[in-house]
Write a protein that binds this ligand. Structure first.
Ligand code: GDP
Length: 294
């Protein structure tokens, strides 16, 4: 994960650590190198520029330049600024309502259906009684996929074969969840290869008429800057409460996560770290900053 970013940073850090004192010019040239690494790792240029400027403001202070380990201090400041750029604090899912409804939206192929099942399994293991709901009224294969995942993980599943809209399915799922005493309801939605107006209009109708504790946008980390564009186009129709970033295990560059958080302002709540259902983790900005810095 993030191999290229980690590799490149480690080269610069080695140089930094080997130096005794640092002159302001040396700090400047190191920051330039760090900025290049961020850009090469698919971090948006504005995000990289802002991040490096904040590090610079803190790093050219007397405290750093006169320190006996200035290199370490620059690394620590960079870590702290990356942590802030990633959202600062860990943001947990809001599952306080009974039952709590979590809506997952995103493009086809982003890992949405798999993530629904991963989330359900994780909540089940934490002692909850989740219900998985498929609202893709047009693609039977999508429903079957979620149904099979639910069966394999022994999780309750609901769909309404005759329903004509996601709203109708969710209304019925509410009644079903009450009868079955499910405390968290995870709703999978249709996604297409591109953002399609008709599907988004259905989504908007759904979020306007039903209440969801979370509307989570599932984004594929490996798509880099494209994921930011996807986020922006979804924003016109639904306002996500957070992001689930998938496939971070196959994202060698690692810049997407920095760009996505700082350009959308939405917190990443969970990350997908593999194809298996167990491979989902809470997103901790501090730990992710450490991973990025190697
Ligand atoms: P959907 O079309 O958005 O519902 O996407 P799917 O759930 O069908 O997932 C598309 C592909 O991505 C499948 O092959 C999944 O196994 C894979 N996938 C999902 N999440 C992850 C992840 O976190 N890491 C990896 N490596 N693959 C994932």
């Amino acid at each position: 994960m993030f191999e290229s970013l980690v590799d490149k940073f480690s080269g610069i850090f080695k140089k930094l650590r080997s130096k005794g004192k640092l002159s302001p010019q040396e700090v400047e040239s190191i920051l330039k190198e760090l900025r290049m690494v961020l850009l090469e790792s698919d971090v948006h240029y504005k995000v990289a520029k802002d991040l490096i400027n904040r590090v610079k403001e803190r790093a050219v202070g007397r405290e750093v330049l006169e320190s006996v380990t200035p290199g370490e201090m620059v690394i620590k400041i960079l870590w702290d600024e990356i942590r802030k750029c990633l959202g600062g604090e860990t943001q947990n899912l809001n599952i306080s309502a009974l039952p709590s409804f979590l809506l997952l939206v995103g493009l086809q192929g982003s890992g949405k259906t798999t993530t629904c099942a991963k989330l359900a399994l994780r909540l089940k293991r934490q002692g909850h009684f989740p219900l998985l709901v498929s609202t893709d009224t047009r693609r039977p294969a999508a429903k079957e996929q979620l149904k099979t995942l639910a069966q394999n993980a022994q999780i309750d599943f609901f769909d309404e074969p005759d329903a004509t809209s996601p709203l109708e399915v969710v209304k019925k799922a509410r009644v079903f969840a009450r009868q079955k005493s499910n405390d968290v309801v995870i709703v999978d939605t249709a996604g297409r290869l591109h953002v399609e107006e008709m599907l988004l209009a259905e989504l908007r109708e759904l979020v306007e008429q039903e209440s969801f504790q979370e509307t989570l946008l599932v984004l594929d980390a490996t798509t880099g800057q494209e994921a930011v564009k996807v986020a922006k186009s979804f924003e016109e129709w639904v306002k996500p409460t957070g992001i689930i970033l998938t496939k971070v295990d196959t994202d060698a560059r690692g810049g997407a996560v920095l760009s996505i958080v700082s350009q959308t302002g939405w917190p990443v709540k969970l990350v997908g770290t593999g194809e298996k259902l167990e491979q989902i983790e809470t997103f901790h900005p501090d730990r992710m900053a450490s991973r990025i810095l190697g």
